[in-house]
Write a protein that binds this ligand. Sequence first.
Ligand SMILES: [Zn+2]
Length: 504
Amino acid sequence: MNAKKRVLVCEFHQETNTFNPVTGGVELFRAVRYAEGQKAYALCKNLPCAFHGMIDAIEEAGGEVIPTISLYGGSWGLVKDSVTELLYDRMRHYVAEAGEFDAVFASLHGATCTESEEDACGAFLAFLRELTGEDKIIAASYDLHANITEKSLRCADVICGYQSYPHVDFYETGYRAASLGMRKLMGKPVKLAAVIIPMMTPPAGYTSLEEPFKSIIDYGKSLVAGGTLLDFSVFNVQPWLDIGTIGCTITAVAEDEASACHYADELSKRFFDNRDGYWPDLMSVDEVIDRAEDPASAKPVILVDSADSPNGGAVGDSVFVALRLLARGSKVTAGMFVKDPEAVKKAFEVGVGNTAVFTVGAGYTPGMPGPLVAQGRVRSLHDGSYLQEGPAGKGFPCHIGLSAVIRFGNIDVMVCEKPTGSGDPQILRHFGIEPKVNDLIVVKANTSFRVPYSAFAGEICAADTPGAGASNLKRMDWKNLPKNFYPFDLEEGYTPEAATIRRP
Ligand SMILES: [Zn+2]
């Protein structure tokens, strides 16, 4: 009974956008993180990530970490089935090799679809439950944008999501999930109540730094600080998932069932009642360019093109703003990045300082305007490896493949093979496009950019742009969403279901 608790730790992180036609396999995880065993342990111990938080919480509680597999990717379309085949195979191996153990803790994203499974994280938890039996403790940490399904709630004992958006509590969330898991392993009560609400809203429309979302998170935190709750999460689901099982899930964790249910209900009501407040005010691209052209406006003007955010699972291939700037003959200096491996290849052939006619962008996203065809000068060529400046994810290595900066008129376009981490200024700054000294910067991110960019932005303007991650959700061609779903056809007078405990 007093033997050291032995805990397997694993990780599977990817954010899917089903409107992005580009599927991705193990190579896209490898580009960020694919490591196993002690290598995964050593690598994660040096990063401010959920896996690291889990390691520390287990060891501080006197437990032993058995590191298994860490598969950490960015955002794109569907994950190839070969990835989950690898994940399941390796977990079978580590479980067989571990001998006696007590628990499995998993760092997950939670909004992940594979070619054959729309609820890949729920399916993974069901697989772990089947593999390890009903008596093992399973704790999981998630992104705030996770799609927490009935299946996940039935299979996991502990579920914790980020409480910040922009996300800055990766480590803390892993730590919370693992601490609750260890607590349960010690025989103490951990009751998790949940409410699933049939709704989705665009991530560009809310943050935990501003009302109305802020006060919901702050209220949950006050309940934890005051000892009323052990934990809570508000999962505001990533909306670009055209699937049949989807919703926002609110959880509350307490020592007793009544408190867990009571506060899950209260948080859900507050969250749902504010639903119309989680939408961005969008400006047209021309309105934003007008601001950038106005000598009286503070610079740089940040044009937020969240519709093309690779962080949100869009492609990053839009040249929509560049096309408008060129069509207007605008004189503003501007910078942006565009995914276009063919343009990169050509830039390497043309060489630094030389000029050619380039065709850039609109290569992937269906219906995306473009491409941009114009004479451009190659300014620099890069291997595409750099470190993020943070504060979120400071020091995270990024590998965006071969890349080049091409200047069209007054516009610097960084073309690359596979953009990731697009909310961090280094995706431009590292390549010699200094956001501070341009009139207009196109930021292809939802909210992650706000902390670093707010430090120097003259103005931040959310724009109504096309792309797989459009904030205007009614633009998308939905085929699979459940009926009776906000913001589409939710019945008048709907109120959230009563909280229940799925796994006693
Ligand atoms: Zn997220």
